[in-house]
Design a protein around this ligand. Structure first.
Ligand SMILES: [Zn+2]
Ligand SMILES: [Zn+2]
Length: 270
């Protein structure tokens, strides 16, 4: 997997965030000859520029949810404008009759945006499901899902292939002292867990209860409790600059030596 955007809530470019990167959530996953995209934040534009030169693409995009920072790269993803490509867009958090297609149409609507999703020339299928369902995108790959604790809902994913499991769990808020059973079940024994570590426990307790995000300390606790091997600290607070993230990284390493902080351009193998 390659990380194209690791920042939470809003893009945060600039010299103070250049080392970890300022783009919002976008991850490329390759397994079993397949291409999976996780979320569609601003990092997705760079991924698209790379993929646009690759020839016909057939890929699945799994969206955790449709908050701006996870979809605002969609209209700028060049492969959507290439007719030889096919994409399936998955979302499991929508309720009350909302569909992903409708939400994207309303997101890409004048005067908020000049053109609707119908300008895309690739073949695009919208696949709504309910978080908790298991998806089988083919090639012997199983994608388990679970609902997350986030305003307007969000979906956690676990991609299983060849005896390995990679989990993508953002955006989600924990309740201090009571580990989220949905998350524990999803990440049990996983090789890699990419987790919403936007805040520290101290920041969460003092400032950000109810904002829908978790902490690196909770990521450590969950990975330990679930027997997961590698924590990837993800969805960095836009106000955490590189020096702050270095300091957080040292604390994380003292708890879990195998853990890493996500940074743009990072490549991980499960
Ligand atoms: Zn987010
Ligand atoms: Zn969100």
């Amino acid at each position: 997997m390659r990380f194209w955007g690791v920042r939470g809530s809003i893009a945060a470019p600039g010299p103070a965030t250049a080392r970890y990167g300022g783009n919002t959530s976008s991850i490329e996953v390759r397994c079993g000859g397949r291409l999976f995209l996780l979320d569609a934040g601003t990092g997705m534009r760079y991924l698209g520029n790379r993929l646009a030169a690759e020839g016909p693409l057939d890929a699945d995009l799994f969206l955790t949810h449709t908050h701006f920072d996870h979809v605002c790269g969609l209209p700028f993803f060049k492969p959507f404008f290439q007719p030889q490509n096919a994409f399936r867009l998955w979302a499991g958090h929508l309720e009350g009759g909302l569909t992903l297609h409708r939400v994207l149409r309303e997101f890409m609507m004048a005067p908020l945006f000049p053109v609707p999703p119908e300008v895309f020339r690739a073949r695009i299928e919208y696949r709504d499901f309910r978080a908790g369902e298991t998806l089988t995108p083919g090639s012997g790959i199983v994608v388990r899902t679970a609902p997350l604790n986030h305003p307007n809902g969000a979906t956690g994913y676990r991609i299983e292939y060849g005896g390995k499991a990679v989990c993508y769990v953002t955006d989600t808020e924990h309740v201090p002292g009571s580990p989220d059973r949905n998350v524990l079940g999803l990440i049990a024994g996983a090789d890699v867990v990419i987790y919403d570590c936007m805040y520290t426990d101290e920041e969460h307790a003092q400032l950000y209860k109810g904002w829908g995000h978790s902490t690196w300390q909770e990521g450590v606790r969950l990975c330990r409790a679930a027997g997961a091997k590698k924590l990837v600290v993800f969805h960095h607070d836009p106000d955490h600059d590189d020096d702050r993230l270095d300091a957080i990284g040292r604390e994380v390493a003292s708890e879990l030596p195998d853990a890493v902080l996500a940074r743009e351009g990072m490549v991980l193998e499960a």
